[in-house]
Design a protein around this ligand. Structure first.
Ligand code: GLN
Length: 539
């Protein structure tokens, strides 16, 4: 990981005047133009709007104004998060062309900290999925191997960071959608404690689970972005009124004596042996750093997938009722003037297959005859899952496991088997159901060079302890300094444009948006990682 790659390095250099925010933004746009035709991480590239934001930061610096902690840092924002003046579709046809009139709280906070929104990232439609194949606008490809998925649903955000198109991104995590793509793309991804970060302006999937969080190339950078977006927001009634932690400072703290729990139920059949040995090696190294390792038990893990898919679909069926052809985006009239027929035609044309499946499931589990048997029961089991964690956290400070049972699989491999995909969420769902902070940090890749992520889960609001262990591990992780070969192979023509090059140049930099969803990658590259400790590339 070159020094240039980090959020902190970019902000420091912009603050010092070693580089301008406009130069950084044009480097990011150039990298997107060079690589996103293959990766398809972006649905919308900021282009001129991003350069204008960046120039404003440079003007503020020239005036001697204090710059924020993210001065000039390009950030890619998941397309489920509202951005004033930039399209926001949640990768759904039903929202195609919708431009929000306001910024989500997180985006407003990023902008006032000096970050530049570089574009909106591809995702599974309405954040439903684990492979990014459910996007209405075509899948994202994993920068480490273009024949493989990047994970989901924040696959575009993870791929954008992994391909060094932006040093950080925002994702949203309902049941693993930040941690799992972070794991599959070799990036750091944090799901904060439920309520830590405002959901105002996040298009809701399952409101009792959804949390926004950062993806970045290193732990300290992710911690800085987390501190900027955290904090009470009166516009979100589930936002916690608690102090923002000292997340960045926690990254340098000693981990000696901290107790790490290994859940017995997580290292079982179905876990890829290479993933298992990579994660176990990370835990052994943390033990060598002075952590105390213990086995813990989370006995209700076996019912987490069923519980999540009852609760999340129930909430989704209610949240998605607002997309009716009247208030937002698409309207199909189905050749009739009848209102109900218009609703039906709009929802039929606008929603993809997975979204329809979940609305049907959710409507079923909430229906009068089945509410007690499914929804109510799942709520009770959710409490049992939370109690498992309460008991484990009486004995340990952080729980470590793989973030995903396998490394990235091939595009199309599980597309016809939604159940197989749901089962892959087994390691990330329990912490979501319990509302706990959790993250993924890269550990040793597989023999074929695909990234593997170590998941850490901490007590509610104890992101600091989680980050201290993550940073200690990162300092010795063999994944440090690796980057996808496609980044190294991307033309050195990513030299920054001068900030006054104007719209013509920006036009040239904007990535092609319309890739055929099913087109095979023209140049699938081997996943051989390359050493990126040479400070030759921007990201
Ligand atoms: N993979 C899970 C799902 O499909 C989680 C998605 C998410 O966290 N948004 O629902």
């Amino acid at each position: 990981m070159p020094i240039e790659s980090s959020v902190i390095d970019v902000a420091t250099r912009v603050q010092r005047g070693d580089t301008s925010a406009a130069e950084v933004a044009s480097s990011a746009l150039a990298r997107i133009a060079a690589l996103d035709g293959d990766v398809h991480a972006f649905l919308h590239v900021g282009g001129e709007a991003a350069l204008t934001e960046a120039r404003e930061i440079d003007r503020r610096r020239a005036r001697g104004d204090a710059l924020g902690p993210l001065a000039g840092v390009p950030i890619a924002v998941k397309d489920a998060i509202c951005t004033r003046g930039l399209p926001t579709t949640a990768s759904s046809k039903i929202l195609a062309g919708w431009v929000p009139p306001y910024d989500a709280t997180v985006v407003a906070r990023l902008r006032s900290a000096g970050a530049v929104v570089i574009g909106k990232t591809n995702m599974d439609e309405f954040a439903m999925g684990s492979s990014n194949e459910n996007s209405a606008f075509g899948p994202v490809r994993n920068p480490w191997d273009l024949t493989r998925i990047p994970g989901g649903s924040s696959g575009g955000s993870a791929a954008a960071v992994a391909a060094r198109m932006a040093p950080c991104a925002l994702g949203s995590d309902t049941g693993g959608s930040i941690r799992q793509p972070a794991s599959l793309t070799g990036t750091v991804g944090i799901k904060p404690t439920y309520g830590r970060v405002s959901r105002y302006g996040l298009i809701a999937f399952a409101s009792s689970l959804d949390q926004i969080g950062p993806l970045a190339l290193d732990v300290r950078s992710a911690a800085r972005v987390l501190s900027v977006i955290s904090g009470h927001d009166p516009s979100d009634c589930t936002s916690l009124d608690v102090p923002v932690g000292a997340f960045e400072e926690a990254c340098g703290r000693s981990v000696r004596g901290l107790r790490i729990g290994i859940p017995r139920e997580y290292f079982v059949e179905g876990l890829d042996p290479e993933v298992s040995s990579s994660v176990r090696a990370a835990i052994r190294d943390l033990e060598a750093d002075g952590c105390v390792v213990k086995t813990v038990t989370l006995p209700h893990t076996r019912v987490a997938v069923a519980t999540y898919y009852v609760l999340a679909t129930a909430e989704a069926s209610s949240n998605l009722a607002r997309f009716d052809g009247v208030r937002y985006g698409l309207r199909a009239n189905g050749g009739t003037r009848d209102l109900r027929a218009m609703y039906g035609a709009t929802r039929d044309a606008g929603f993809g297959a997975e979204v329809k499946r979940r609305i049907l499931l959710g409507t079923f589990v909430l229906s009068a005859g089945y509410y007690d048997a499914y929804y109510l029961k799942a709520q009770r089991v959710r409490t049992l899952i939370a109690r498992d964690f309460d008991a484990a956290f009486r004995e340990v400070d952080v729980i470590c496991s793989p973030a995903s049972p396998t490394a990235a699989f091939r595009l199309g491999e599980k597309i016809d088997d939604p159940l197989a995909l749901y089962l892959d969420d087994i390691f990330t769902l329990p912490a979501s159901l319990a509302g706990l902070p959790a993250m993924s940090v890269p550990c040793a890749p597989t023999r074929s060079g695909m990234p593997v992520g170590l998941q850490l889960v901490a007590r509610a609001l104890d992101e600091e302890t989680m980050l201290s262990i993550a940073a200690a591990w990162e300092a010795r992780s063999p994944a440090r300094n690796l980057q996808p070969s496609l980044v190294a192979a991307s033309p050195p023509d990513t030299t920054p444009l001068r900030s006054n090059d104007g719209p013509r140049s920006v036009e040239r930099l904007v990535a092609p948006q319309s890739r055929a969803a099913s087109a095979p990658p023209e140049k699938a590259r081997p996943p051989a990682p390359t050493d990126c400790s040479r400070p030759s590339l921007m990201w």
